[in-house]
Design a protein around this ligand. Sequence first.
Ligand code: GDP
Ligand code: MN
Length: 374
Amino acid sequence: MNFEEHAAKPLLRAAGIGIPRGSLARSPDEAAEAARALGGAAVVKAQVAAGKRGKAGGIALVFSPEEARGAAARIIGMEIGGQRVEKVLVDEQVAIKHEHYAAVLNDPTSKGPLAMFSAEGGMDIEEIAAKHPEALLRFPIDIRAGLHRGALATALPPVEGIERSDLVDLIERLYSVYRDHDAELVEINPLVVTKAGDLVALDCKLVMDDSGLKRREATAASGTPDRLTAIETRARALGLKYIELDGSVGVLANGAGLTMTTMDVIAHHGGRPANFLEIGGESYTLGKPALEIVLSNPGVKSLVVNFCGAFARTDVMTGGILDAWDAVKPAVPVFFSIHGTGEDEAIAMVRERLGIEPYERMDDAIRAAVEAAR
Ligand code: GDP
Ligand code: MN
């Protein structure tokens, strides 16, 4: 789940990291009022879960409530990163001396949290990594031992205007935000040193691990729910994992790994998935809605049904699909690959009830589906 700046910054403040004063405005009038409360001068910032708002024209420095009203009128309704701006954050202006970068995120290489810091900030992390690779500190954290302050202090570059111990405090607090809210990423860019010498987070992006949503209800309440299509909403209510894509081969498989593999093999044969639906875990008895949902996407020109059973029985999954078959009446060719627990029964059912021969090799089933979609 993504957190917009106005939702992420209070989490920083609660952990002891400085942020500017400010408030959220949903209309030009509210923005003018918010600027007035700050003394007139303010920065008006589009609130969407997307980066590069500055470059897109979604951030304005203003010097009076009237200017704040005008900026909000211009920014609300803009489209940034495919999202319509519906609200702005009106923050006090900060006199910036220097912009830095700090983050803690899940790192696939070290298979744990990684703290990152760069004395050069304000631009994208990709740009920082390309332009100033030597200035970018990557500091893996051992999740059992916790953050080692001494090692971090040694690894950090000297930064003008910031005491090293203050920087270590900052990163330690950022790590606590990452831990306490089950974040995958928490990024402060820019982290600024003000002309008054304070360390302030001017922007923050936080992405929470969706697996943490249930136990972090209080945090999740301020996040931005995923925007789902009507079919995705229906699937989610049933506990089915369904994602719409824009190719032409439908994917119905059990288990995340097998689903990803199926999509990789589709791509390998030059095709593109139209969607994927996973009926793993507890939802393996939901063959009927699964078939309806996966075929309700009009982009689907052929369908791969790829089952590999261990605890989940392939005959139960297949039975559900066959029971739905007459009601759903698939109008596209369907290609089966069925392996593992219950495969003999499942394959016999497909043969007898549909007159379709499941493929012995997954690769052949998927290649045939890609060809049929053409
Ligand atoms: P992003 O473009 O979506 O990452 O938005 P940011 O919140 O990071 O803002 C982009 C840039 O706007 C920052 O890097 C700053 O240079 C500038 N900016 C944001 N807030 C202020 C402010 O209070 N004062 C000044 N002078 N510049 C600001
Ligand atoms: Mn930023």
